[in-house]
Design a protein around this ligand. Structure first.
Ligand SMILES: Nc1ncnc2c1ncn2[C@@H]1O[C@H](COP(=O)(O)OP(=O)(O)OP(=O)(O)O)[C@@H](O)[C@H]1O
Length: 271
């Protein structure tokens, strides 16, 4: 398990600031949910945290080491990234995709060891794709591909996992199983999610992004308030607790008129 810290992170494209002064920490073994409307910057932030993009300003640290100082191979040995809608060569099998998770631990020409094969078997089993392991990747459904990508990440035996909307193709059972699995792993997770109820149930900490800024962060109880959800998403909600589990429950009532968020309405009033 490791800690991921972002400090004063900013990133712009052609003069447009897409991430602005982001501060966040994912503590050892915790699940951090990145929430926010379409285009708020979740994927961009995950890419910066993964070292796939370089910030204009600010630092990402894994434990106490700056991403900048971490050798690529060392990072690949500890960090797994599950991106949205990953493509793979059509003719690779599901098992070969999962085998890629062992790449950071092997030399170029080394065969997979028995130890590697056992890890791959376990990863396939954990996401329920063992029976599809010899199928071609391109024959899988969207949800099966997503689960296979998680198996690849698990085969890496990472200390940290970054996941970009890992549940968007999954049926309800597999959504719950995926988040259950993440919550049982000794791994630090940062996961972009759209489903506020899944976030309330599984995340230890939530970071809400809007227009590339962190607008709130904290436990689901402190962050998921009706005012904040209305202000950021432009949707009226009812917040209560599910009676059997006591977990926070968000019921969507209606979009606010013409999609104007409360904050935008306030800004218009002030002009
Ligand atoms: N390379 C780029 N060039 C120009 N604009 C970009 C680039 N990458 C991202 N953006 C813009 O930055 C904003 C944030 O995009 P991002 O994909 O991070 O949002 P998101 O919160 O993940 O959205 P979604 O929920 O729709 O997946 C969007 O408006 C997007 O169009």
């Amino acid at each position: 398990m490791g800690r991921i810290t972002a400090t004063e992170l900013s990133w712009s494209v052609k003069g447009h600031r897409l991430l602005d002064n982001i501060e966040m920490t994912a503590h050892d073994g915790k699940i951090v949910g990145l929430l926010g409307p379409n285009g708020s910057g979740k994927t961009t932030l995950l890419r910066l945290l993964a070292g796939l993009r370089r910030p204009d300003t600010g630092t990402v640290r894994y434990d106490d080491t700056s991403l900048h100082d971490l050798k690529r191979r060392m990072l690949a040995r500890r960090l797994a990234v599950v991106e949205q809608d990953v493509t793979a060569h059509n003719h690779v099998s599901v098992r070969q995709v999962v085998e890629l998770g062992r790449t950071p631990f092997r030399g170029h020409f080394d065969a997979l060891t028995e130890h590697d094969q056992r890890i791959i078997d376990a990863a396939l089993e954990r996401v329920d794709v063992t029976d599809k392991q010899h199928r071609s990747w391109h024959t899988l459904s969207g949800g099966e591909k997503q689960r296979t990508q998680l198996a690849r990440a698990l085969a890496q035996e990472p200390r940290e996992i970054l996941l970009d909307e890992p549940t968007n193709h999954l049926d309800i059972r597999h959504q719950l199983e995926l988040l259950d699995l993440l919550s049982k792993l000794d791994v630090t997770c940062i996961v972009a999610l759209h489903d506020l109820n899944l976030a309330a149930r599984y995340c230890d900490h939530i970071v809400i992004l809007d227009h590339g800024r962190v607008v709130d962060a904290g436990t689901p109880e402190t962050v998921l308030t009706s005012d904040l959800i209305e202000s950021v998403y432009g949707v009226n909600v009812l917040i209560d607790r599910e009676p059997t589990t006591g977990v926070l429950r968000v019921t969507y009532l209606a979009a606010t008129p013409s999609g104007t968020t409360a904050r935008q309405a306030m800004q218009l009033d002030a002009q």
